[in-house]
Design a protein around this ligand. Structure first.
Ligand SMILES: [Zn+2]
Length: 273
């Protein structure tokens, strides 16, 4: 039996083979304890795949801005204690594997804009991982100084302008009423502070898009997340593509069709990694 886990900043989801997905609150999860209990309860677990919202390197969880799990060599622990193979990667790499599997294209970028701005890239059917598995973190490239601190420690990350959290933080900063705190509502709100938030959001998105395109030269882009899975953002980026630096054949921009993309991706880690 296979155990699949998606350990997000808010929700912890898990699934045994194709059974019903169970959802827990991430705040209450001690990953080591959870795995110990699951393996004791289900002695036939023969593979574990984990999607994790944080920095993962060589089977080890390094850190995470939103969960309290860090410095845990989970792959080594499970192998040495139970002799069960385990594969783990960050949630956006997992989402990219799932989108890649669904679309069957060789070149792909994934922008998931929800609480944060997550991104991952596939070239020639392989994830671009870098030397430390930290490649493609477009949300954390320096954009411009902000009054806020990013989960990574910097104060100028793109994610501080282009994300659900950014919209919340900037609305707080400008004292904008909670009923306007959504991208489309801010757009229709006739207020100069709302206009600043929107302008920064789209300027940051434009910056993210052109930077990514020049770095990775993809011809498919999937938009996901509560903020990013949006026809207006798709149209905006299609327009941006016509202004890209070099003439490129075409770019197919789609909204994600997957349910639980990161969890789906955890099922592909063993074969694809
Ligand atoms: Zn950052």
């Amino acid at each position: 039996m296979n155990l699949y886990i998606d350990f997000g900043g808010t929700h912890f989801r898990y699934q045994l083979n194709d059974s019903k997905i169970k959802t827990l609150n991430s705040d209450n999860i001690d990953l080591k304890k959870f795995l110990d209990e699951m393996i004791q309860k289900h002695s036939d677990i023969s593979y574990i795949g984990i999607s994790f919202a944080g920095i993962v390197q060589n089977g080890k969880i390094i850190s995470s801005p939103n969960t309290n799990t860090q410095n845990f060599a989970v792959k080594k622990y499970i192998k040495e204690t139970y002799n069960i193979p385990l594969a783990i990667d960050n949630d956006l790499n997992c989402a990219a594997l799932a989108e890649h599997n669904a679309l069957q294209v060789s070149s792909l970028a994934v922008f998931y804009i929800g609480t944060g701005f997550g991104s991952a890239f596939i070239d020639n059917n392989r994830l671009i991982k870098g030397a430390n598995n930290k490649s493609g973190e477009i949300g954390h490239i320096p954009f411009k100084k902000s009054p806020f601190k990013c989960g990574c420690g910097r104060e100028d990350c793109l994610e501080l302008y282009v994300s659900g959290n950014a919209i919340e933080n900037w609305c707080d900063y400008f004292n904008i009423e909670s009923k306007y705190r959504r991208l489309d509502l801010l757009e229709s709100f006739d207020d100069y502070k709302a206009k600043i938030i929107i302008e920064n959001f789209y300027h940051g998105l434009e910056y993210a898009f052109h930077s990514s395109l020049n770095l990775f030269d993809f011809n498919n882009l999937v938009l996901g997340g509560s903020v990013g899975k949006n026809e207006n953002i798709k149209s905006f980026l299609e327009e941006q593509f016509t202004k890209s630096a070099f003439q490129r054949e075409s770019l197919n921009i789609t909204l994600s069709q997957l349910q639980e993309g990161s969890l789906q991706g955890s099922k592909l880690l063993y074969t694809k990694n």
